[in-house]
Ligand binder design. Structure first.
Ligand code: HEM
Length: 206
C-alpha cells in the first residue's frame, strides 16, 4: 500500500513532548507513591518521592513555558484553536467513527493534513489538557511548594486543603488523559507509526 508522509512535528515539539511525557510519568509515579504510601512500606521512600516530585515539577514548568511560547509564536498553535461553532457535531462525528466507522473500514471523517493535524477529539482533549489541566496542576503545585502564598481560609475550607484537592484532581485528569492518549496513539497507519512520528517528525498517512 502506498503511504504518504507529512512533516507535522517540528523538532521543538518533539523535544518538548519527550520532556513533558517523561516528567509527567515521574510526577504520576512519585505523586501516587506519596498519596497512597504506607509510611512503613512506601512504594518509593517518602523523602525521595518528595524530591523526585519537586524536581520533575520544576522541569515540567520550564518545558510547559517552551510549549506555550512555541505555540504562541509558531504555526503549531493553530492546531489548538477550538471553534465553538459546530464543535459538538464534530466531536460526535469523530466519536462515531472511533466507535463504529473504523471497524467497518470507513474513511476517517477528518483526514490528517498539514492544515489540520488533529481530529476534533484530539484538538479538544489536547487543548483542554495543555491549556487547562496542565496549567492548573503547575499553578497549584507551585503554590504547595510555597504554602505561605496560599490564603488560609477559602470559603470555610483550609486554603492548603482546597489547593491540594485541585492539584490532585488535575493530576488525576492528566493521568486519565495519558492512558487514553497512548491508547489512541496506537490507532495509526500501523500500531507503532504514530510513536515513530514523534521521533522523526513525519506522520504516515494512507
Ligand atoms: C508515555 C507517554 C506518552 C506517549 C507515548 C505519547 C505519545 C504521543 C504521540 C505518538 C503523539 C503523536 C500523535 C498525535 O499527535 O496524537 C503525541 C502527541 C502529543 N502528545 Fe503525547 N504521549 C505521551 C505523553 C503525553 C502527555 C503526558 C501529554 C500531556 C500532558 C501529551 C500531550 C501530547 C500533545 C499535546 C501532543 C500533540 C503535540 C503537537 O503536535 O502539537 N503526551 N503523543
Amino acid at each position: 500500500m502506498q503511504t504518504n508522509k507529512l512533516y507535522l512535528y517540528p523538532v521543538w515539539v518533539r523535544l518538548w513532548h519527550v520532556m513533558n511525557a517523561l516528567m509527567c510519568l515521574i510526577l504520576i509515579i512519585s505523586g501516587v507513591s506519596m498519596q497512597y504510601s504506607n509510611p512503613e512500606y512506601p512504594f518509593i521512600r517518602f523523602d525521595l518521592a518528595v524530591s523526585m516530585h519537586n524536581i520533575s515539577g520544576i522541569i515540567l514548568s520550564a518545558s510547559y513555558l517552551m510549549f506555550f511560547i512555541g505555540n504562541r509564536f509558531t504555526a503549531n498553535g493553530k492546531h489548538y484553536r477550538i471553534r465553538i461553532q459546530g464543535l459538538i457535531a464534530s466531536l460526535i462525528k469523530q466519536a462515531r467513527y472511533y466507535a463504529f466507522g473504523i471497524f467497518k473500514g470507513e474513511q476517517p471523517p477528518y483526514p490528517v493534513s498539514t492544515e489540520m493535524k488533529f481530529n476534533p477529539l484530539q484538538r479538544f482533549t489536547y487543548g483542554l489538557t495543555m491549556y487547562l489541566f496542565v496549567p492548573l496542576v503547575l499553578i497549584t503545585g507551585w503554590a504547595l511548594l510555597f504554602p505561605e502564598t496560599i490564603v488560609t481560609n477559602f470559603f470555610g475550607f483550609g486554603g492548603i486543603q482546597a489547593t491540594s484537592l485541585l492539584h490532585v484532581t488535575a493530576g488525576f485528569l492528566i493521568s486519565l488523559f495519558l492512558i487514553i492518549h497512548v491508547y489512541f496513539c496506537t490507532i495509526g497507519h500501523s500500531p507503532s507509526s504514530n510513536f515513530k512520528s514523534m521521533i522523526d517528525g513525519y506522520h504516515e498517512a494512507h
